[in-house]
Ligand binder design. Structure first.
Ligand code: GLU
Length: 243
């Protein structure tokens, strides 16, 4: 069963022309294969949230004749389709990753993170989190239980080649030394894009992730998350950016 999606973020005045182009391709591919096309609203970045943008995005998509099978205004088996209504789901999976030893709590302050970053840049290294909290998890866990603010990070293994196949670009490989221990759950309790996109594409049974080329650099992070969760990868196709 072919299931495609677009996942716009309500952060602008309307849908971006590039996203509309991506929507067309996802829609056409799903229709061609008698599959389903859904629209998921990715509203986890609260600092960039624009009131009313979601409705405008949906109106524009409809005005361009792209009918969709599931979304925030069209019930389906994998609802809710608005990420801010799925926070418990993300938290549950993030905590499972901690139990499996694939993720960890981090309580480092912004000052410490800035300091580590500066130091690494001075040493001509790729600036990354230094896994400080990973090595003192018992202590960190006690502070988290006592109410201290925290984030949850993925424990990215060192020096591993991550490869994924892209329908358009072929095999893409990146070494994990270039990947930071990405934040999965932010201190406001919201997931990051990386965690939410992987969980939702998996739970919503998306068969083909068709999106713009600008997301290629995020995909190895997603692949690591799929692997950590023990899930099969969807088929990836990264489209040239509309210029
Ligand atoms: N929320 C992302 C966007 O605004 C979705 C990217 C993706 O398709 O994974 O484009």
């Amino acid at each position: 069963m072919v299931r495609t999606r677009i996942a716009p973020s309500p952060t602008g005045q309307d849908i971006h022309i590039g996203n509309l182009y991506t929507a067309y391709i996802n829609w056409a591919f799903a229709r061609k294969h008698k599959g389903q096309f859904l629209i998921r609203i990715e509203d986890t970045d609260r600092t960039r949230y624009v009131e009313g943008a979601e409705q405008k995005i949906l109106n524009t998509i409809k005005a361009y004749g792209l009918d969709y099978d599931e979304s925030v205004d069209k019930d389906g088996p994998y609802k809710p389709y608005r990420q801010s209504e799925r926070l418990k789901i993300y938290k549950k999976y993030a905590e499972e990753l901690i139990e499996k030893g694939k993720a960890y709590y981090c309580i480092c302050t912004k000052e410490r993170l800035d300091e580590v970053r500066k130091q690494m840049i001075a040493e001509k290294k790729i600036p990354k989190y230094d896994k400080y909290c990973l090595h003192i998890q018992d202590e960190v866990k006690k502070k988290v239980d006592a109410g201290e603010q925290y984030v949850i990070r993925l424990d990215v293994p060192e020096n591993v080649e991550v490869t994924f196949a892209d329908v358009i670009h072929g095999d893409i490989t990146i070494n994990t030394n270039n990947i930071d221990d990405q934040v999965l759950i932010k201190s406001d309790g919201f997931p990051t894009y990386h965690l939410a996109v992987v969980i939702d594409d998996y739970l919503m049974k998306i068969s083909h992730v068709i999106r713009a080329e600008e997301w290629i650099s995020s995909t190895p992070k997603h692949v690591l998350l799929y692997q950590a969760c023990g899930w099969q990868l969807p088929i990836f196709a990264h489209l040239p950016i509309l210029r």
